[in-house]
Design a protein around this ligand. Structure first.
Ligand SMILES: Nc1ncnc2c1ncn2[C@@H]1O[C@H](COP(=O)(O)OP(=O)(O)OP(=O)(O)O)[C@@H](O)[C@H]1O
Ligand SMILES: Nc1ncnc2c1ncn2[C@@H]1O[C@H](COP(=O)(O)OP(=O)(O)OP(=O)(O)O)[C@@H](O)[C@H]1O
Ligand SMILES: [Mg+2]
Ligand SMILES: [Mg+2]
Lengths: 256, 256
């Protein structure tokens, strides 16, 4: 049974989707069977892999609300070894619908239960909030990967995110731990990026990945072609960063 | 009675807060009395103006839930002519609390009703979602200013935002119109930025501001000092862009 990794941060635009898509592809390229679940009503992870993707017949909305089993929603991505449960705007309704429902925080966990044994890693791309969708992802996850833009507002929100993760661990998912904090969009020419990196490594020793993702326009161009960076520009620094990140996670897994 | 302008886009990290803070300051510097309402539980607009701000005794949570009148929550910012209703994490509870409440979409509108006559413009900074908080802002607003990062995922979400604005206009606030679409973080060296700008001006003729905001590290440094760009680096291109934007809005207002 694989590990479920939620990719979460309530701060908007920090690189959650870019990390979910490109890390999932890099892991699959390592020969691991990977499932990516798009849990954001924006559906950006789904469109980031649109190239070669069949038209969805069921989405994460159907899975979360129990209307369909995960096997009905899973689609193969173009990258061999990678599958995706897509999302669309219907998912936004789930935020409201789940408010008055039994075990509302456990819906995703209950739906996935035995269905994900076939995959070695399951990544869940979360929306920029700490509402019902992100809480569902945190309750079903083994670990949380936190993309952190090397900027002030993103750093400011980190303490609140960590508190939320601690509360979910105490009340809903005792096994939940931090996979790591990933510094994204790092522009090494600016003082701000260095300051943020120093701050984070000081306050969260041992929890920040050695790999950092540089700001790279290729990463933001790739989604307009529906392609992950590995298929769009495998020689770019952005691509190398996600290949390195996959290695760092796999090496750590092999030598806990 | 002033105009209420909601600054909204469900896509995360597109420059909503940076626009709310710096446009509000630029308008106040033009001698207009301005109110900025922080309606994002992240409280970034509040910390972006932290320099010289007193400790809040009441927040937008109290105003939205009717616990306190707006006059109890309003604080003067360091920029003369600018006032702010601050936010903190308590506001996140309002998303859930409002779900089962009468006239849930009208809470902010009802709370502000006569209280904002003293200000010529009221700006409302929204969170990255289309939930209860953003809907409340759209229902009380006269117009919506849409910051749009010059990137693919942001462009993809624009149609959905425009649909939501149209639905709010049809069902809840017939007077709601578009103040304009503002291109942000424009890196003129990249093709992507030019393509996005061309697309948007083609699909939304007459609705895109002539002013665009360049990517400028000074804009992302300023919040770490709790200062708007006008006080942090008045000679930067980022600052000039928000001064120009204020002018563009005021000139248009004078010559409808
Ligand atoms: N390392 C990078 N270099 C340059 N651009 C990047 C990088 N990572 C992400 N981007 C771009 O920045 C924008 C924000 O990234 P992304 O959409 O992945 O963030 P997110 O956290 O998923 O946003 P949201 O909060 O809306 O879900 C996107 O347009 C993306 O293409
Ligand atoms: N023109 C710009 N140039 C460089 N950096 C910018 C610019 N505008 C905003 N930023 C930075 O980009 C990040 C995102 O901007 P901001 O927080 O204003 O977006 P937002 O839409 O309010 O995000 P959220 O969706 O989380 O509310 C911030 O770190 C900000 O300092
Ligand atoms: Mg995303
Ligand atoms: Mg914001």
């Amino acid at each position: 049974m694989g590990r479920i990794i939620a990719i979460a941060n309530q701060k908007g635009g920090v690189g959650k989707t870019t990390t979910a898509v490109n890390l999932a592809v890099s892991m699959a390229a390592n020969g691991k069977p990977i499932l990516l679940i798009d849990l954001d009503p924006q559906g950006n992870a789904t469109s980031g892999l649109a190239d070669g993707l069949a038209t969805p017949s069921a989405t994460s909305y159907h899975v979360l609300t129990g209307l369909k089993p995960p096997s009905d929603a899973v689609l193969p991505a173009k990258q061999p070894g990678l599958w995706i449960i897509p999302a669309n705007r219907d998912l936004a309704a789930a935020e409201v619908e789940l408010v008055n429902v039994e075990r509302r925080e456990f819906r995703l966990r209950d739906a996935l239960r035995d269905a994900v044994a076939a995959w070695e890693y399951v990544f869940v791309d979360c929306p920029p909030s700490l509402g019902m969708l992100t809480v569902n992802a945190l309750v079903c996850a083994d670990t949380v990967l936190v993309p952190l833009q090397a900027e002030y507002y993103a750093l400011e929100g980190l303490a609140h995110l960590m508190n939320t993760i601690r509360r979910v661990r105490q009340r809903l998912n005792p096994a939940l731990s931090i996979e790591g904090i990933l510094l994204t969009m790092v522009d090494s020419r600016t003082n701000l990026a260095h300051q943020v990196e120093q701050e984070v490594r000081k306050h969260f020793p041992g929890e920040v990945f050695a790999t950092t993702v540089p700001r790279s326009v290729k990463l933001s161009e790739a989604p307009s072609f529906g392609k992950p960076i590995l298929h769009y520009d495998p020689h770019s620094r952005g691509c190398q960063a996600y290949v390195d990140l996959a290695q760092e996670i796999l090496v750590r897994e092999a030598n806990p």
